[in-house]
Design a protein around this ligand. Structure first.
Ligand SMILES: [Zn+2]
Length: 398
């Protein structure tokens, strides 16, 4: 079995956001936290902006890509929302939505992804009058096209979509209903639901009608939490909304005390290192964090995104390795390949460089990812078998 990312007419060889020789490009992966509208190829955005009459700040792909990653202006999470506004404005027709979905699959496959869930907010794609369900069907069509193209090029990937309600919008219940009515259609394209958007000041308790509906219907959902807000936000997500996964969940670390004082996400790594250096580092896990550990609720970790978005200052200050040490169930994700200029292969390389993770740790994370997918039990069992066989091959040729 060949493990190199598929090549051929359908591929540029490697994902746009990755260097051509990422050491982990051929390591099989699962992607769970991966925004469709945060991953547009700059070339595609430029082309679609021309078609739809949308003005861009830059019209060459390189500069545009740098603007997205914040190399041109200060990166903050609220600023990113403007950028999402730009990408979603060019995704208002079935054709443009399907194209972006198709390309998302191809780039994911080139990054070594064998199963992926991409998330997007349907309510941001109806500015041109497109019915919500038609937009969902367009994503389903694009994902299926991408799968077929990867398959024709000798690769293999399965792609699903999660529909996002927004914390800032009153439509989350409507989107939950849309999830329920499309769940299982088009070959099971719609795999679940998410709530996204600014966290601080927009509590999840305002969206419990949406999560309760899906909980009762037996439809899985994740929720963005513990990114821009702290431990209490995670508590609401876990204990009021009963999310099956935590989108980021990074600030659950703030429910851990060091020598009696709560950790802060920004200083946790350095504080623990300093305390250990001084010979006194007593870590006590709080109730919410312990619940997340004990129930094995997966954290959708997005290390580069957290660093670029200001959750932590630099990847070296990300608590991912501390979370691993404390027993959390971790998965590795790109969040927004375009806006964070990353891929999962790149995340692997960065985590390896900062924290010394290797094949064993990445295997643990990918197995956790398989278990955390919104696939059925038999599908997860089959995916685990496929993943382990590919990791075995990866290790042999390495
Ligand atoms: Zn996200």
């Amino acid at each position: 079995m060949t493990l190199a990312p598929p090549t051929g007419a359908a591929f540029d060889g490697f994902p746009r956001w990755s260097e051509p020789v990422e050491p982990y490009a051929a390591f099989p992966k699962v992607t769970l936290h991966d925004h469709l509208d945060g991953s547009l190829r700059p070339e595609t955005l430029i082309e679609l902006a021309g078609v739809h009459g949308v003005e861009l700040p830059y019209d060459d792909p390189e500069t545009l890509a740098s603007w997205f990653t914040g190399e041109v202006s200060t990166p903050t999470i609220s600023h990113w929302d403007e950028k999402f506004g730009l990408t979603t404005r060019v995704m208002q027709t079935e054709e443009s939505i399907a194209r972006v979905a198709r390309e998302w699959v191809i780039e994911a496959a080139a990054d070594g992804v064998i199963y992926g869930e991409t998330r997007w907010a349907p309510e941001k794609h109806i500015l041109g009058g497109l019915p919500l369900a038609v937009a969902v069907e367009a994503v389903a069509a694009g994902l299926a096209e991408g799968e077929a193209e990867v398959s024709a090029a000798g690769g293999h990937i399965r792609a699903r979509q999660l529909l996002c309600g927004m914390r800032t919008s009153p439509l989350s219940f409507e989107i939950a209903r849309l999830t329920a009515s499309t769940y299982g259609k088009w070959g099971g394209s719609v795999a679940g639901f998410d709530i996204a958007g600014p966290e601080d000041g927009f509590p999840i308790r305002d969206h419990l009608d949406a999560t309760t509906l899906l909980h009762r219907e037996g439809i899985p959902y994740t929720i963005h939490t513990g990114e821009a807000d702290g431990a209490h936000s995670v508590w609401e997500t876990v204990h009021l909304a009963h999310a099956l996964r935590l989108g980021h969940g990074t600030r659950v670390i703030e429910d851990v005390t060091l020598n009696g004082r709560p950790l802060s996400v920004r200083t946790a790594v350095k504080a623990v290192a300093a305390a250990r250096e001084a010979g006194l580092a007593e870590l006590v896990v709080g109730k919410t964090a312990q619940w997340v550990i004990d129930r094995r609720i997966p954290l959708e970790q997005c290390v580069t995104s957290n660093s670029k978005g200001g959750v932590v200052l630099g990847i070296e200050n990300h608590p991912i390795d501390l979370l691993r040490e404390l027993g959390f169930t971790l998965t590795i994700n790109p969040d927004n390949r375009g806006m964070s200029k990353t891929s999962i292969s790149r995340e692997f390389r960065r985590i390896e460089g900062e924290f010394g993770w290797g094949v064993d740790e990445f295997t643990t994370a990918e197995l956790a990812g398989v278990e955390a997918t919104f696939l059925s039990r038999p599908e997860r069992d089959a995916l685990r078998t496929e993943l382990l066989a590919l990791i075995d091959d990866f290790s042999k040729v390495r």
